[in-house]
Write a protein that binds this ligand. Structure first.
Ligand SMILES: NC(=O)N[C@@H](CC(=O)O)C(=O)O
Ligand SMILES: [Zn+2]
Ligand SMILES: [Zn+2]
Length: 419
């Protein structure tokens, strides 16, 4: 039996094709088709709503395998779908690490069975993410990893990163990079500034991120490796990325909602739910990240959805793990703060969830063209609501946004037939 659906009357925004107008969208068997070819479709009336290509989150922790008390593929992808995402890129800092094709195949098998959205799985850069032996990057790519990263950390030795980039370049795969020099970051638990001094907590200076951003831009230039900088937090990092792009280097970057909407001041209010890597910084950094989105230096907004259990987070500032969840708050926050407050245009904001991630992944995702997988995100730009952490599909609750008022809501997501 064919499965036919017609999306009627919405404003369709498809930045890859520079399209922004009202039109109907036809779907047959999970693929976008010409509406005129449908015979007897089910109709979804979407007047006053926006239809966009399914949003892609380049940075999530699904915690499978090994840490499913925090999240699993079922709960994490349910959270993604509720939050407006139809594709997520899972990080490999699991137990065991996704550092070989066998573990990767297991995750993909589990995702095909349990996933409410498409799950892409990044491979690790080094064995066990120990920063020593480079993984079989070509083998990971062949097994389905679209990118490689040691997220959670990065190889501390430049020589190891250089070797990894040479292998990644040869395999034709991008390195995505958690920029943190541990000798500068440790034992810090928040940004190294006035708030940390007042709270009496050890700080992480901006240099902990920036020296790795500089190092890895230099290595990308030398090796020709495609490099994507994850969860950038400092103004200096954005400036270096901009300069690298002006020099024509193949380097991109992402920002996370928490770095866009919070500063280290939030550490006073939200306690350990404001503890994450890299840390929340200062207002000038926040503004620089927003400028980076505005001028295209940063091509993606990614959540860095990092679930941890209540017990783990209850360990207090110095012992609690780094990270907050973001899948179900990111889109409402971004549409409130960036679109409805006039910071970005609608196509600009939607591109940060579609075209930008597509470029990083090098996959044919994030567009509504005929023949594409029918991944669709449906939005109501005016709907007012407040974020209710209690109602999240995620298994974890480590989120500072409970009760935040938003304008802009995810009405639904459609996930097309698997690629
Ligand atoms: N961002 C975080 O604070 N935590 C992430 C690791 C990471 O993204 O670096 C996690 O896995 O919990
Ligand atoms: Zn990270
Ligand atoms: Zn992460």
């Amino acid at each position: 039996m064919t499965d036919e659906l017609l999306l009627v009357g919405a404003r369709v925004v498809d930045p890859l094709n520079a399209y922004d107008d009202q039109r109907d969208i036809g779907i047959r068997d999970g693929v976008i088709v010409d509406p005129a070819t449908l015979r007897d479709p089910e109709r979804l009336h979407l007047q006053g709503k926006v239809v966009a290509p399914g949003f892609i989150d380049l940075h999530v922790h699904l915690r499978y395998p090994g840490q499913t008390h925090k999240e699993d593929i079922r709960s994490g992808t349910a959270a993604a779908a509720a939050g407006g995402f139809t594709t997520v890129l899972a990080m490999p800092n699991t137990v065991p690490t996704v550092d070989n094709p066998t573990v990767l195949a297991d995750v993909l098998r589990k995702a095909a069975a349990d996933g409410a959205v498409h799950v892409l799985q990044a491979g690790a850069l080094t064995v066990g993410r120990q920063g020593e032996a480079v993984t079989d990057i070509a083998g990971l790519k062949a097994a389905g990893a679209p990118v490689v990263t040691d997220d959670g950390s990065t190889p501390q030795l430049a020589g190891v990163m250089r070797q990894a980039m040479i292998a990644a370049a040869a395999a034709g795969i991008a390195v995505i990079d958690h920029c943190e020099d541990c000798s500068l970051a440790r034992p810090g638990v928040m940004h190294d500034g006035a708030v940390a001094r007042e709270l009496g907590l050890p700080g992480q200076p901006r240099s902990a991120e920036e020296v790795i951003v500089a190092r890895d831009i230099i290595l990308a230039a030398e090796t020709g490796c495609r490099l994507h900088l994850q969860h950038l937090s400092s103004a200096g990092s954005v400036a270096m990325l901009r300069l690298a792009q002006q020099h024509g280097l193949p380097v991109t970057g992402e920002a996370c909602p928490h770095h866009l909407f919070l500063t280290d001041e939030a550490c006073r209010t939200f306690g350990v739910n404001a503890k994450m890597a890299p840390p929340l910084r200062e207002e000038a950094d926040r503004q620089a990240l927003i400028d980076g989105l505005r001028d295209g230096t940063l091509c993606a907004i990614a959540t860095d959805h990092a679930p941890h259990s209540a017990d783990e987070k209850a360990a207090g500032w110095t012992k609690a793990p780094f990270g907050i969840i973001g899948l179900e708050a990111a889109v409402p926050l971004c549409f409130s703060e960036l679109y409805n407050k006039g910071v970005l245009t609608l196509p600009q904001l939607i591109a940060l969830f579609t075209v930008g991630p597509r470029k990083v992944l090098g996959l044919p995702v994030g567009s509504l063209e005929l023949g594409a997988t029918a991944d669709v995100t449906i939005l109501d730009l005016d709907a007012k609501h407040s974020i209710s952490v209690e109602s999240f599909a995620s298994r974890s609750r480590n989120c500072p946004y409970d009760g935040w008022q938003c304008r802009g809501k995810v009405v639904g997501t459609l996930v097309g037939s698997s690629r």
